[in-house]
Structure formats: structure tokens, C-alpha cells
Design a protein around this ligand. Sequence first.
Ligand SMILES: Cc1ncc(COP(=O)(O)O)c(C=O)c1O
Ligand SMILES: N[C@@H](CCOP(=O)(O)O)C(=O)O
Length: 466
Amino acid sequence: MQYVSTRGQAPARSFSDILLAGLAEDGGLFMPESWPHFTASEWREMRALPYAELAARVMAPFTAGSIDHKTLLDLCRSAYANFDHAAIVPLVQIEDGLFVQELFHGPTLAFKDMAMQLLGRLFDHVLTERDERVTIVGATSGDTGSAAIEACKGRERLSVVILHPEGRTSDVQRRQMTTVPDANITNLAVQGTFDDCQDLVKAMFADAPFRNDMRLSAVNSINWARIAAQIPYYVAAALSLGAPDREVSFAVPTGNFGNILAAWVARKMGLPVKRLCVGSNRNDILTRFLNANDMTTHAVVPSLSPSMDIQVSSNFERLLFEFLDRDSDACATLMTDFRKTGKMAVPERVWSSIHELFSGVALDDEATTTEIRRVHNESQYLADPHTIIGVTAGRKFRQPGIPMVAMATAHPAKFPDAMRAATGILPALPPSLADLFDREERFRVVPNSLDVVEDAVRSGVLNNTR
Ligand SMILES: Cc1ncc(COP(=O)(O)O)c(C=O)c1O
Ligand SMILES: N[C@@H](CCOP(=O)(O)O)C(=O)O
């Protein structure tokens, strides 16, 4: 499998190359040159597979030519061996026709572990094969950072620098990142929003001498490997609800658009997915787009679901590229204008075809709290402030006879204040994190400045390698 950039100015590359490159040199995102497809009988054969085997089977077309199947299978088995639920991604029915798929049974209690546990191992494998090392720079609104740190800590060939927006994550989320003592981990608290952190990461990639000198790589969902590793759980949910002989819909609490994009890719691969439903918090650019073709950035406002406090949803570019029939010039123009003006003029025919498949709903904090309480009272299910937004989108858009699966993206214990306010319950952290608030924190506060951040990345890497 070869990968092309959404902006058309970077050479086609293999899976291992794009894993290490992260972002294309022209500022675009890598996409597979063509879509793999499974037949109905191939999907049926997957029903019997344990999750790690299913993941390797679904991802194999994307890693073809770079990673042999046995290696991929071994890496998947090891990645999911330390999850705390035998099913890895259990499905729980909470209402008639409405299910949640719990994606938070990994070590950092959020769906990011599903991809990141595998990515850490993939990086190690490819870097060892090539005898290279890289510097991973990542932006987090709370969950990607800790999942990346957990997956990469102590790995000799990786230095990891994570940028989080100062004061805009929950205390549990911040401490999960900043209390990891390994020398290859650096945490920077940026005086800004998640979008500022994400822009700084992209700006470091656009600075070619810095990128090459530091051998930058990415763990955000701008890296295609993240998307690829998020596809299998959609397959697992759909197969256990009757696919390929029955359609299924998904509802996904959405920020950077990576998670729901993986569901859309599963559909491209032949999985019978009926509808894809986006749930937003007050940072509702995606819902405004889906409802009224209004893709205008507003200032990011803090919410009870901080991991979704995002206005610039990076992976929307991948969807746009596809719905523009892979016209990379048109995609590059729309993206460049969007970043210049804060508005995107998506052609009406493109918007209509996206709208045929995707729906969106936004919840403010009050509705988030009310829905957490209602679902807990009526279904005895404790949904965190992100999950509840997906659940609410699922309730709104479910159709008779078609199971709706809402993605449970984080464990409620990551957001104790919101959970207590909504239900009076303080969910306990698992034993592995029970002493989180006694551990020493290590992070540096930096202004939203590319020069300062590049210096901090350099010195973080230097500390690690000397
Ligand atoms: C708990 C949680 N839910 C939902 C999201 C949104 O997912 P995505 O950015 O893939 O749309 C995130 C962050 O990405 C998250 O951490
Ligand atoms: N919500 C994320 C933000 C980054 O998203 P990613 O999926 O692109 O890594 C977070 O919690 O950090």
C-alpha cells in the first residue's frame, strides 16, 4: 500500500515511511492510494476472531508491503494484552437499539490507548529495523498525551514532547502526563488552547530544517497509523450486532475528527454502516457545518468535555479530499483559505453528499450534565462528559431496526468533578492510578511561541540523549 498527500505535492510513500513522517511535507495528510475492500464472506469469517487478531486482519491491507502479517499480529497481541477487559472493547446495551462500545479499558482510560498501544510498538519495530530514532511532537487536549506517553515511555529510539493547553485539561488528565518520570518524556504546558498546541506542532513540521534536524514524527491523528488502528473496533461492534448481514450506525463524540473518520473508512472498506453521527460540545464547528454548511471558527470555549475543546478538526481535511474526488489542488486551496480567513466555503454538492451520511448535534455543559444524570438514573450507566455527547447524538439519530452504537471514549474517573456534579458519584481510579495525586509532577509552562517551543523540544531531546 502506498500513501498520497491530500495536498498533492508530496511523493507517494509506504506505510513505514508515513508512520515515521506523520505529516506530509506539503502540509497535507497522508491517505491510502486506494481503499481496501472486504467481501461479505470475509467479514463473516472475522466474527470468530479475538480482538487482536481482528485488528491485525483489518489493518493488514494498510501495512502491506511494510510489515509482514506475523509481525503485525504479534504487535497487536502484545498491544492489547494489558487491557483490563477480556473483550477489549465490550458492547453494553443501554436502551432499546442503543449500545455503547467501551473504548477505555486500556492503561490511560481513554480510547487513545486503542491506537497508541499499537503505535508505540510499531514505532519501535520500524525504528529498530532502520536503526533510527525520532522525536515525537504531539498536541493534546487531555487524552492523546497520556496515551502517547504511556505507550512510548522508556523506549530508547523515541523522544516524546507533548504540548497541552495550560489549565484546560482535567487534573487527572494532566497528572497522567506530568507524573511520568522517564527521561524520554517532556511535557510543555502552552499558554493557549488545544488549537494553538496543534498549530505549533504543524508549524514545527513546516519548519523543514527543524523537522529534519530533530527527525520529527507525530502521534496525533494527523498520523494515518492512528486512524488505521481505530478502524477495527468499529468492525468488532458491527460484526457482533449482525454485520455484514445487518446495517449498523455509529455516534461519536468528536473533536479532531479522527475517531469518526475511522468509522467512515470502515464503511469505505465495505462494512454496512448506515449513518455516522457527530456529537459536539459548545465548540460545535462540525455540527454547524453538518447542519448548515457553516464552517466558521469561533474562539475555543472551555467545557465539561475538555478533550473536545477543538475548533480546527484536522481530519476533516481527509474527508474533504475524498468528497472532492481526490482533487488535491481544490483541497489545498480550501484548507489554505480556511486557515487564512477562519471560514471554509465547501461547495454545495460536496456538503450535500457529506450531509447524506453524517448528522451532528451539539450539547452545552448544562445539557451534558442533565444527560449524564438522566442516563445514569434510567439505564444505570455512568457515561463521562464526552461519552454522553455521543450517546445523546445516538439517541437523536437512531432509526428503527438499525442498532446505534455510541462510542464510550473515556472512563468517568478522568472527570471526577463533572461526574459528581451530575450524579453525586465520584468514580474511583483503578489501582494502577490510585496514588496519582501523590506523584511528583514535571512540566514547563511556555508561551504560545514557535521559537520558545522549538527550543524546549531541542533541550528535552538533548536531556534524553546525553
Ligand atoms: C475522551 C475523548 N472523546 C472524544 C474525543 C474526540 O475524538 P476525535 O478527536 O478523534 O474526534 C477525544 C479527543 O480526541 C477524547 O479524548
Ligand atoms: N482529544 C485529543 C486531541 C487530539 O486528538 P488526536 O486524536 O488528533 O490526537 C486529546 O485528548 O488529546
